[in-house]
Design a protein around this ligand. Sequence first.
Ligand code: AP5
Length: 222
Amino acid sequence: MEKPNIILLGAPGSGKGTRAVVLSEVLGVPQIATGDLFRKNLKLMTEIGKVAKGYIDRGELVPDEVTAAMLRQRLEEPDAQNGFILDGFPRSVNQAKILDGLLAQKGAKINSVIYIKVDDEEIVKRLSGRMICSKCQAPYHKIDNKPKREGVCDKCGGELVVRDDDNPDTIRKRLKVFHETTFPLVELYPKSGILSEIKSEKSANGLKFDMAELSRRLGFIK
Ligand code: AP5
């Protein structure tokens, strides 16, 4: 069976992170989320974190050379050698080329791209109610995906917080960047025959069944 080298593609707030957490459990491979990696760097005040801060606060993409260097390092880690779920990379045609180059050096390639389609209106609703764990970054929603204990992460017990970039102005800017720069990937990948489109209309609960079904259909599990 092929190692799952998966890209989750979708607008900000489409549910990439929510699905990646579940897919990672189903497939036993790590979720690699460039946004989460940036937020870890911000918290630790690393050089990458300092460079990324302004871009993230404005809802813009961090320059490719910074993002690619961070991703290259993460892909070298032992847990990523049997497959991975990329959440938030690539976000442009240029980043897709960079990714192909990084993987080619390891004799690997992407074998599945999952595009999560959601309307902008729904996205604004989701992001306005989102909370994330300050420790493990797992996403929750004040109405649709509540934690068992208010303000506390189900997975690690960390405190739930609202992300700085989940404010109306930055959400609008992030959506604009998605439509202009990231959406062209949805037109690029079908040419390679590896794109599956899923509609994310259901609530975030009950995703485990859906993700296991999808993994079976894609041939990653029996
Ligand atoms: P990043 O952290 O990747 O943010 P994003 O792409 O804007 O995506 P989000 O994390 O906001 O949303 P998501 O799709 O994961 O949705 P979630 O599952 O949380 O990036 C942040 C910034 O970092 C970027 O703006 C950029 O500056 C920088 N960056 C990152 N990668 C980069 C790159 N490659 N190049 C350059 N810069 C980069 O769900 C959202 C909410 O909806 C949650 O509350 C959830 O509970 C709820 N929800 C999820 N699914 C459902 C459902 N089915 N029904 C109802 N509610 C749902």
